[in-house]
Write a protein that binds this ligand. Structure first.
Ligand code: 5GP
Ligand code: ZN
Length: 114
């Protein structure tokens, strides 16, 4: 989609540090990491958020996204655990309107999620 930051990153029009890609997904390091490991996993197809992912993405793409998270965590050596976050809409402070899963790890996470 024109004017979508993450679509531009997927296309390579904006540089990123890629950590994983497959037919359905692309993953790269967050520019402002909140943990020693902070990776964003996004579908190649533009959907705004997880609220519409179930309707708009194919079962194959949805499966690939979930699988990618596990593969990336293993690749990054997050053997002691990690947190996955997907902010959706204004109440959750979603700032980029292209579905993304944050993978956060490499340190003990806060006990409270929000
Ligand atoms: P949100 O707030 O929508 O859940 O997360 C958006 C994330 O995208 C933020 O963690 C932010 O640091 C990251 N981000 C914003 N712009 C860029 C960019 O140009 N490159 C990368 N790698 N990450 C970005
Ligand atoms: Zn997009």
């Amino acid at each position: 989609m024109d004017n979508c930051l993450f679509c531009k990153i997927i296309k390579g029009d904006i540089p990123s540090t890629k950590v994983y890609e497959d037919e359905f997904c692309f993953a790269f390091r967050d520019i402002n990491p909140q943990a020693p490991t902070h990776i964003l996993v996004v579908p190649r197809e533009h959907v705004a958020s997880i609220a519409e992912a179930g309707e708009k993405l194919s079962p194959e793409a949805l499966h690939a996204l979930i699988s990618a998270i596990g593969k990336i965590a293993a690749q990054e050596g997050l053997n002691n655990g990690f947190r996955v976050v997907s902010n959706c809409g204004p109440d959750a402070c979603q700032s980029v309107l292209h579905l993304h899963f944050h993978i956060l790890g490499g340190r003990q996470m806060a006990d409270q999620m929000a």
